[in-house]
Design a protein around this ligand. Structure first.
Ligand SMILES: *Cc1c(COP(=O)(O)O)cnc(C)c1O
Length: 404
């Protein structure tokens, strides 16, 4: 069992007040909070060894390069990638997906097919639509049911020898559903399709093993795993990363440049043009260490407790409906109160110190499925408490009273 009050001391922001009330931070699915060790790593970089990497012979540059590459290896081990150069540093999940989608525009042909799920974040929909527009490939959608689960029979029927690529999130950010990605990958591979897993929402809760999953691509953002914003990863199998063309041209990604021809650098640098977010990459490694020290089993146990309690207490409020009722879900509760706009609830909750997300959560197709404009989403992390959920529930009751 985790000592939550001790853990909360690791996160300075959790001590602040909002509108005169203690902050109750339930917007973890949008971005998680950052422990002091991660903040310290960023300050340490700028205070002691700020220099550009991979270029200089001088000491600071070498120190920065060593730390940055150590972080890559930490991340490789965490995701169990076969090689450290299969981990590409990016600015985040969105950037990672765009690297793959843009790369596939030189591989896909007219009448090839790609498959997305009904549960995706816009950043795992729009780049593929752009890809289809460019190539003439067709986009097909795995449907979902009322519980917010993908229909696996329908998925199998969508697959054919024309299917080249499937992209699905590991966990839905809007509903919290944990998708059966192992099964999704296995079935796709039977027809020779590659699979990209959007792990942005899964990584704070689950330690994915990309080799045992046999994922072709797995993408994530540091800021959802207790790390800084503006950094993330693209994991790709070596053979795929070699096959895809570089995304951006510039420094760092070349072997040799002449005006006649440029040859590209080896992995991972081929996809890392320009000066990266050096302190961010290093701090990402520290965040991964922090999460592993807490332990993913402990994280899951605490979050399950929070999810069960919040679900039970919120459902006691008359007229409150929860969207996303799969048995396989993480600590996200998306809900509405009959006759009340989610935005109005969110505004009142903020006055009471409770931070939640309202709206479509960058997943408008899910909202269209339920025929609603949006939801109120409370999303929990292991540093949240049962007492905070009591604050949420009474704040929602108050909002309901004021608004209906
Ligand atoms: C947050 C999120 C993204 C986008 O991540 P960025 O860090 O904004 O690029 C994509 N997919 C899912 C499932 C997410 O939760």
């Amino acid at each position: 069992m985790l000592d939550i009050s001790k853990i909360r001391d690791d996160f300075p922001i959790l001590k602040r007040t909002v509108n005169g009330k203690p902050l109750v931070y339930f917007d973890n699915a949008a971005t998680s909070q950052t422990p002091q060790v991660v903040i310290d790593a960023i300050v340490d970089y700028y205070s002691n060894y700020n220099a550009n990497i991979h270029r200089g012979v001088h000491t600071l540059s070498q120190e920065a390069t060593d730390k940055y590459e150590e972080a890559r290896i930490k991340i490789q081990k965490h995701f169990n990638a076969n090689q450290s150069y299969e981990i590409i540093f990016t600015s985040g999940t969105t950037h990672s997906i765009n690297i793959v989608a843009t790369g596939f525009s030189s591989i896909l042909k007219k009448d090839d097919e790609v498959i997305v799920s009904a549960l995706e974040h816009h950043s795992n929909i729009v780049p593929w639509q752009m890809l289809c527009e460019k190539t003439g490939a067709k986009l097909k959608v795995i449907p979902m049911n009322e519980d917010g689960e993908l229909l696996m029979d329908a998925y199998e029927k969508l697959l054919s020898n024309n299917t080249k690529l499937v992209f699905v999130n590991h966990i839905s950010n809007a509903l919290g559903t944990i998708n059966p990605i192992q099964q999704i990958i296995n079935i796709a591979h039977k027809v020779g399709a590659a699979v990209l897993i959007d792990g942005a929402q899964a990584c704070p809760h689950i330690k994915p093993d990309v080799q045992s999953l046999n994922a072709d691509f797995y993408v994530a953002s540091a800021h959802k795993i207790y790390g800084p914003t503006g950094v993330g990863i693209l994991y790709g199998k070596e053979e795929w990363l070699n096959k895809l063309p570089p995304y951006q041209g510039g420094g760092e990604m070349i072997k040799e440049v002449t005006f006649e021809k440029t040859t590209y650098a080896d992995l991972p640098h081929k996809f890392e043009a320009g000066t990266p977010n050096i302190s961010g990459g290093i701090a990402f490694g520290v965040a991964i260490d922090y999460a592993n020290a807490i332990g993913f089993e402990n994280i899951q146990e605490q979050e399950q407790k929070l999810l069960d309690y919040a679900t039970e207490k919120l459902l006691e409020i008359e007229g409150l409906k929860i969207y996303g009722t799969s048995k396989n879900k993480t600590s996200v509760v998306s809900f509405n109160i009959e006759g009340v706009h989610p935005y109005d609830i969110g505004t009142i909750l903020d006055k009471l110190g409770v931070a939640v997300r309202t709206g479509h959560h960058c997943a408008q197709p899910i909202m269209d499925f339920y025929k609603i404009p949006g939801t109120v989403r409370a999303s929990f992390a292991f540093y949240n408490t049962i007492e905070e959920i009591d604050v949420l529930v009474s704040a929602v009751e108050k909002a309901k009273m004021m608004l209906s």
